[in-house]
Design a protein around this ligand. Structure first.
Ligand SMILES: *Cc1c(COP(=O)(O)O)cnc(C)c1O
Length: 398
């Protein structure tokens, strides 16, 4: 496989035009793919309201695209809020989805017009009641740890179902408007049953609220939908079918507003990180080749931690008949944690040398936003946005 066959010839040709002019390392993002993913998602979940999880790729280009598609935004900080509102997004299309927040930031969101807040504790709920009186809240419930998620998100956020039920009641007592329940099954979730298991918990909480005289009507299913990496995943249709069936089983007679918060799914596949080989060397004569590239764990590739996310990787020397061997892949900084893949060995051409290019595919999510600002003096990961279905590039951002 080569990059050209991965992207398809027409897209690859446009990609190459841009890749030739940039200085590495640089993330190239094709907005046409983001648009396509948005449309596929809206199509697969016709009753779902899409709240883009901005943290996955907070560029103004992606924010504008989601805005123009009519999407909403899941925001985690006042800085993300400012950025999204600067693009003319109305507060009614924004939720404050972070359960860990300062009271003065709640007040800031409220003052800007945001009325929908996530919570998972009585301490936070009291802050919301004081700083955002009368606001709508949904309670994040913990999900069980399941092995299907390549990047688990379950332990830090949410509370046990019994506590969630209590918080719903307390929200009402505090003068808030308890709307429903949220969860996140873990990012890059490959197990389709994860949603049904989480929805069982949501159902328990809805039933308990009903017995307390509270009619909940919002289910926020968070993220978890996948990007295309080395491990294959079910198709979006299969996710939609499994989730739709799980919802119908449990909430057939309950009218619910359904929220989806895709991050990775919308942007991952749109990005190719273009890097250059700094050096190819060995630790001992008979040892494996180490390929050092100019982007690493601190330059946007933090999701290689524990080799969790395995990106498809190509080189400019790839060819069907190229001789290859298994290499260790590492970044350029002076921290020994900056090894990308050592247990898992990528095959790379024997002819690979300093100055060659390595293309890391599927890097549109959780790269620029995770990149360090100055470790070893390296600047944050640059990004360039273009639209392979439009005439001209949209803009460049460093
Ligand atoms: C990070 C996050 C998401 C996005 O998750 P993905 O798996 O990238 O889709 C959605 N909702 C919340 C609350 C998040 O923290």
């Amino acid at each position: 496989m080569t990059l050209a066959s991965h992207l398809g010839a027409p897209r690859h040709a446009i990609f190459q035009q841009h890749a030739e002019t940039i200085q590495t390392p640089c993330l190239l993002v094709d907005l046409a793919i983001v648009r396509k993913r948005y449309e596929q998602l809206a199509d697969a979940f016709p009753t779902g309201n899409i709240y883009y999880a901005v943290k996955a790729n907070p560029s103004k280009e992606v924010i504008r695209l989601v805005r123009d598609q009519g999407g909403c935004f899941d925001i985690a900080s006042r800085y993300e809020l400012d950025k999204v509102m600067a693009e003319g997004v109305a507060a009614s299309r924004i939720s404050f989805g972070n359960t860990i927040k300062k009271k003065q930031d709640i007040a800031y969101f409220y003052q800007k017009g945001v009325r929908l807040f996530a919570s998972d504790s009585i301490a936070d709920l009291k802050h919301i009641a004081e700083a955002a009186p009368g606001a709508q809240v949904y309670i994040r419930v913990l999900t069980e740890d399941r092995p299907g998620a390549d990047w688990p998100l379950s332990r830090k956020f949410g509370c046990e179902p019994e506590m969630a039920s209590r918080l719903i009641k307390q929200a009402r007592e505090l003068g808030l408007w308890p709307r429903g329940v949220s969860f996140h099954v873990g990012s890059q979730q490959r197990d389709l049953d994860a949603w049904a298991a989480a929805l069982d918990r949501v159902k328990t909480i809805f039933d308990a609220a009903w017995r307390d005289g509270i009619a909940l009507d919002l289910i926020n299913m968070g993220g978890g939908l996948p990007g295309n990496y080395l491990h294959s995943t079910p198709k979006i249709r299969e996710y939609a079918n499994a989730i739709e069936a799980a919802l119908t089983d449990r909430f057939k007679h309950v009218p619910v507003k359904l929220i989806l918060e895709p991050g990775r799914y919308l942007v991952a596949d749109a990005g190719v990180l273009v890097t250059e080989v700094v050096l190819v060397s060995k630790k001992r004569d008979e040892g494996a080749r180490w390929v050092f590239i100019d982007a690493g764990k601190f330059g946007g590739l933090i999701e290689t931690l524990d080799e969790s996310i395995k990106y498809p990787i190509y080189t400019n020397k790839d060819a069907d008949n190229a001789e290859t061997d298994a290499v260790v892949l590492a970044g350029p900084t002076c921290d020994s944690a900056d090894i990308l893949y050592e247990k898992f060995r990528y095959q790379m051409p024997l002819s690979l040398d300093a100055g060659d290019r390595i293309y890391i595919v599927g890097t549109g999510a959780y790269t620029t936003s995770y990149s360090a600002v100055e470790f070893n003096g390296f600047p944050p990961l640059a990004a360039f946005y273009y639209d392979s279905e439009a005439v001209q590039a949209v803009s460049a951002a460093a």
